[in-house]
Design a protein around this ligand. Structure first.
Ligand code: FUB
Length: 326
């Protein structure tokens, strides 16, 4: 009985520390496996990268007051895992303040590795050019520290005129094709893409567009068994849809809905990775809060399965989440 009491006391102390400091600790998920994977703070807009047998998960960070109907996001977070169930939070690696030309709004992002460096593409509100824009930060380590790689935005709202929305230049995703050509893909209401130079911090050619049914935002490109997959948020409230192609520049064949509405959250921002022989669908929902889930989001992970013809089976969102990757 005494041992049990001491055990509970230890758990209480650990939980109190986690709550008090809002800081990462693998302990948190040891006691609560399943979805959402992080429960001591709100996380959104997941992007993930596998490097050296470790998954690095980069997220946005919802900090809006409880009743606010709008995003409040000032920094990005990084979590790492070697088994997809235990997540360790790293010190905050990047904030909007690291981009001197940016005003606020640390929206969706993605990190990629090239030539010994890690490049982090982010969407932010520009300080002097009206609308959202895309910046890029660089680091020698996947967990940072990252610094602004250019000292200016890579894409600004005045460079794209296809959409009247001032927030059409958001949600960057980045992909390096087998021939070494890197691409930046992004956009709200229009799916834009452009080639990147080998230095990863300059566009290399014109900005073009992909035509995708009911495209809203959140593009993500991945490759599996010779097929390119472009998944994206579709309609509003958002479901995740996807298209397939034999070439990254298309033509893309629309394949339908991949994930249904994500609980009480009107966005549905996904990342797709393979790790230790399994495929994973990483997304966010509003499960940690009964109200206003659209602005208090939490990252979840479920399994992703392919059919024999290469198409992807509809995602089954679960509270149990995924098992340990071995
Ligand atoms: O987090 C702000 C915005 O909400 C993202 O840029 C979109 O993808 C949506 O998730």
């Amino acid at each position: 009985m005494r041992i049990v009491k001491e055990w509970f006391a230890a758990i209480l102390v650990i939980s109190t520390c986690i709550t008090a400091y809002g800081q990462a600790d693998v302990t948190d998920t040891v006691f609560k496996p399943g979805n959402p994977i992080i429960r001591y703070k709100y996380t959104a807009d997941p992007a993930a990268m596998v490097y050296n047998n470790t998954v690095y998960l980069y997220t946005g960070h919802d900090v809006a007051p409880e009743k606010k109907n709008g995003y409040e996001m000032h920094d990005w977070l990084c979590f790492s895992s070697t088994d997809m169930t235990h997540w360790k939070e790293q010190p905050v690696p990047l904030t909007v303040k690291d981009f001197k030309w940016a005003k606020d709004d640390a929206w969706a992002s993605q990190v990629i590795y090239r030539n010994g460096k890690f490049y982090w593409y982010v969407a932010v509100e520009h300080g002097t050019i009206h609308g959202k824009s895309i910046g890029v930060a660089v680091s020698d380590s996947p967990v940072g520290p990252f610094k602004d790689a250019r000292g200016s935005a890579l894409v600004t709202n005045d460079m794209t005129t296809n959409s009247p929305r001032s927030w059409d230049d958001i949600d960057p995703t980045v992909f390096i094709d087998d021939n070494g050509q890197a691409y930046l893909i992004w956009g709200n209401s229009v799916c834009y893409y452009a080639r990147l130079k080998e230095n990863m911090i300059e566009l290399d050619g014109p900005i073009k567009t992909f035509a995708l049914p009911k495209y809203e935002e959140a593009p993500w490109i991945h490759k599996h068994n010779g097929w390119y997959y472009l998944s994206y948020a579709s309609g509003f409230p958002e479901k995740t849809a996807y298209a397939m192609s034999r070439s990254i520049e298309g033509p893309w064949e629309y394949k339908g809905i991949l994930n249904e509405l994500a609980g009480n959250c009107n966005t549905n921002h996904q990342a797709i990775i393979e790790f230790k022989g399994k495929s994973y669908f990483i997304y966010h929902n509003g499960a940690l809060t009964p109200n206003n889930g659209s602005f208090h989001r939490s990252v979840c992970i479920d399994n992703l399965y392919y059919s024999k013809d290469g198409s992807i089976k509809r995602i089954v969102m679960t509270t149990e989440g995924v098992g340990k990757a071995k």
